[in-house]
Design a protein around this ligand. Structure first.
Ligand code: F0G
Length: 456
């Protein structure tokens, strides 16, 4: 097979600092063993997140200069609005500073106290906003998603029986919308099939329930459909994306991922009444409906990023790089979530560190050990991220206890991936030496961001 390379060349570089073993040990202790609290300067390869860490193109950097910073009616806003309508196909768009800004608006606009919001697994900020507005989140993802070893092409799919049961149990009038994430971050960046999207939309229409997508990584989802679903192999990612979004009534978007920018997001919808209320509300939290917390230049960059993201060469390299790392780890016998997802490789910390009980935070411990070993920064996505039950106050205990190696878009080369791979393999060889952690400071909401830990 012929080898392929990055579909871009590098025009500017950022020098990385490389700490020695002792310096990394000090940095980790200073950060309370929480990789969120390590200074970026002290990180060699930063796989904390793919959010806002994208390298912009020369065209995007150039466009910053033409940003129209008018308070109202900015030219740059009209470009962004046009890009969203053109590529995503929704009728109305409200810009927001990032994804959670859109989640805040959507949750406030659509949820009444005592409602239920089903979702295909959850995302931290998304669920937090739903709960803040009085909803109970109900996970309706297929069971396969909770089994890290099971190879299933569309692990993000909604279980239609679970969803129907919720409708039967609580009544459709208590379900304002179903939140459908494409792809599902916490399941391992796993996609939803077109068939499932179509079926979900049908059930929702029959029951007058809206489908609101979390479209954060929708282009990656479209690429998986092209690769894995019959009848889509010859379609462009652009056309697949359009069809996907046609099975929904709106979306929240974190532009920091698939729109290829460092900041930005939007809320989009087809219903005029919802749009009118969103326009009224956005001024309270984000800014005028023509900037939504973004500068004109940010909107220029996002408008271009939306077009760049649907380039078939870009997206095939993107998914290919994540798979390049994942496949090497699989070949070395490292327990990772299968199949390899769109934005990240997820280490299965329960299987990696079977001697550490889940209450001793194996994923947090593994992320800390990885930083110590090589300066690679990853993120816990397990019991710490899952937080506590809002009624009982008990820890939520997720089946998946993962460390996420999230690959920024267009930032690292495959040589960086090789370094990450070597470090993980060497950690696996000495895994018995890794010990569990306990939390010594726990913030009340979204605790994983600021919590502090100490080794047991
Ligand atoms: N939805 C999903 C699926 C996400 O992954 C994120 C952010 C958001 C919504 C919120 O968007 O950050 O722009 O406010 N995920 C980042 C991550 C933080 O690292 O996975 P935001």
């Amino acid at each position: 097979k012929k080898r392929t390379a990055e579909p871009f060349k590098i025009k500017a570089v950022e020098t990385l600092k490389m700490l020695n073993d002792e310096e990394r040990k000090q940095a980790l202790e200073k950060a309370g063993f929480n990789t969120f609290l390590i200074d970026s300067e002290d990180v060699y390869i930063d796989l904390l997140t793919d959010s806002g860490t994208t390298a912009m193109s020369d065209k995007q950097w150039g466009a910053l200069m033409v940003g129209d910073e008018a308070y109202a009616g900015s030219k740059s806003w009209y470009k962004l609005e046009k890009a969203v309508k053109d590529i995503y196909g929704y009728k109305y768009v409200i810009p927001t500073h990032q994804g959670r800004g859109a989640e805040n608006l959507l949750s406030q606009l659509m949820i009444n106290e005592g409602d239920y919001v089903p979702g295909n697994m959850y995302f931290t900020t998304t669920r937090a906003h739903q709960e803040l507005n009085g909803a109970t989140f109900v996970d309706v993802i297929i069971d396969e998603a909770h089994d890290s070893l099971l190879d299933h092409p569309f692990k993000g799919n909604v279980d239609l029986i679970k969803f129907q049961k919720l409708i039967d149990d609580v009544g459709a009038e208590k379900i304002p919308y179903l939140c459908l994430a494409v792809t599902v971050n916490l399941a391992g960046g796993q996609p939803v099939s077109m068939k499932n999207m179509r079926e979900v939309y049908e059930i929702c229409q029959q029951n007058k329930i809206s489908v609101m997508l979390d479209a954060t990584r929708c282009v990656e989802n479209a690429y998986f459909i092209k690769e894995r679903e019959d009848a889509y192999a010859d379609k462009s990612v652009k056309d697949i994306l359009k069809e996907m979004l046609s099975y929904s009534d709106g979306c929240t978007m974190s532009g920091k991922k698939d729109c290829l920018v460092n900041i930005g997001g939007f809320l989009a919808m087809n219903e005029e009444e919802l749009y009118t209320r969103a326009r009224e509300m956005v001024v309270l939290y984000e800014g005028m409906p023509s900037y939504g917390g973004l500068s004109g230049r940010d909107m220029e960059a996002m408008a271009l990023g939306i077009y760049e993201s649907i380039d078939d060469n870009y997206i095939s390299h993107r998914i290919g790089q994540v798979r390049y790392l994942g496949q090497q780890l699989i070949d070395a016998g490292i327990p990772v979530v299968k199949p390899i997802g769109g934005h990240a490789v997820f280490l299965d910390a329960k299987k990696f560190l079977p001697h550490i009980k889940q209450e001793e935070l194996p994923a947090q411990a593994l992320a800390a050990a990885l930083y110590l070993d090589s300066g690679v920064r990853a993120m816990e996505r397990g019991i710490v991220s899952a937080g506590r039950n809002k009624v009982t106050g008990e820890n939520n205990v997720p089946k998946l206890e993962l460390v996420r190696l999230t690959i920024p878009r267009r930032v690292y080369t495959n040589n960086h991936m090789d370094v990450v791979c070597d470090s993980i393999i060497s950690l696996y060889e000495k895994r018995e030496q890794i010990v569990g952690l306990k939390m010594v400071y726990e913030p009340p909401t979204l605790r994983f961001f600021n919590a502090r830990f100490t080794p047991l």
